[in-house]
Design a protein around this ligand. Structure first.
Ligand code: FE2
Length: 279
């Protein structure tokens, strides 16, 4: 059986949650382009717990607003429609996977925090061409590129969390290790989630290829940016020095984008601050 059919057979056993109707309609509204703030606000208000969480995120350090926002309409006008989409997706994902709190050695907030910080760091990088995608697309890619991890831990429980702990300690290739032990990797599952949720093509590409560091991530500027942001978050967690960035940023994305130390320094500072470390 080839890898793709093996993945499809395994995928049939995985629990990939459906997107709530309110999100599907919200995405349609935002993609239409000519939508009014009041329509967006009205749509999110149909789900009060989601609206409350989204507002909490809008007022968190993630967006760093000077003046607090008090309504979804206000958040949309200050942050823009596409950032609003990221904000609502942040509110949604932990909700969808909240049952994961009971799995030993696994903190879903930690996985999510990595993704949230990666997506925020992306907004601090100096603007370069993303090959047709926008920085708001990149923000969503940063947020959802590791979404497959939630599905895998939901299915494999502590088998997944133990494997990830081992991979983190040994530094072995995470995708190869997941394929070898579980039969499927978080990137393959991420691609399936992207399809199921009808995510933008850019988010599907980032989910599938962000570990393909010598392949797609060395040629595609959007995926290379996601790999950069991942590396910056890793450096923030591990207290790696900016002066050593050529060692901790993978060669493929680094050679494609070539950000300088001075350009990366504010991003690493932001990542450290959001991770809860002093600047
Ligand atoms: Fe990943």
């Amino acid at each position: 059986m080839d890898t793709r059919s093996l993945h499809e057979r395994l995928a049939g056993k995985l629990n990939i949650p459906s997107l709530p109707e309110v999100i599907v309609r919200l995405n349609e509204l935002i993609d239409r382009g000519d939508v009014r703030m009041s329509e967006i606000g009205g749509q999110i208000a149909l789900d009060p717990p989601l609206a409350a969480k989204a507002l909490r995120i809008a007022n968190s350090a993630y967006f760093g607003l000077r003046v607090p926002v008090e309504s979804i309409e206000h958040a949309a006008s200050v942050l823009g429609m596409r950032s609003l989409k990221s904000m609502v997706m942040q509110a949604l994902v932990l909700d969808l996977f909240r049952n994961l709190e009971d799995i030993p050695d696994f903190d879903p907030r930690d996985v999510w925090k990595r993704s949230v910080v990666a997506s925020r760091v992306a907004m601090d990088l100096p603007r370069r061409s993303l090959g047709g995608a926008s920085y708001e697309d990149l923000q969503l890619c940063g947020l959802l590129h590791d979404i497959g991890e939630f599905v895998l831990v939901d299915h494999f429980g502590s088998r997944f969390s133990k494997l990830r702990k081992k991979v983190e300690a040994t530094g072995e290739d995470v995708v190869a290790a997941e394929e070898a032990v579980l039969g499927i990797s978080h990137v393959a599952v991420g691609a399936l989630v992207a399809k199921r949720w009808s995510l933008p093509e850019s988010a599907a590409r980032a989910a599938e290829f962000h570990h393909d560091l010598d392949g797609v991530a060395a040629q595609d500027p959007l995926v290379a940016h996601v790999a950069y942001c991942d590396a910056i978050v890793h450096a923030a967690r591990r207290d790696l020095a900016i002066e050593d960035h050529e060692r901790w940023i993978p060669a493929g994305p680094r050679e494609l984008l070539g950000y300088k130390e001075a350009e990366l320094e504010p991003c690493l500072r932001r990542a450290r601050m959001l991770w809860g470390k002093s600047a």
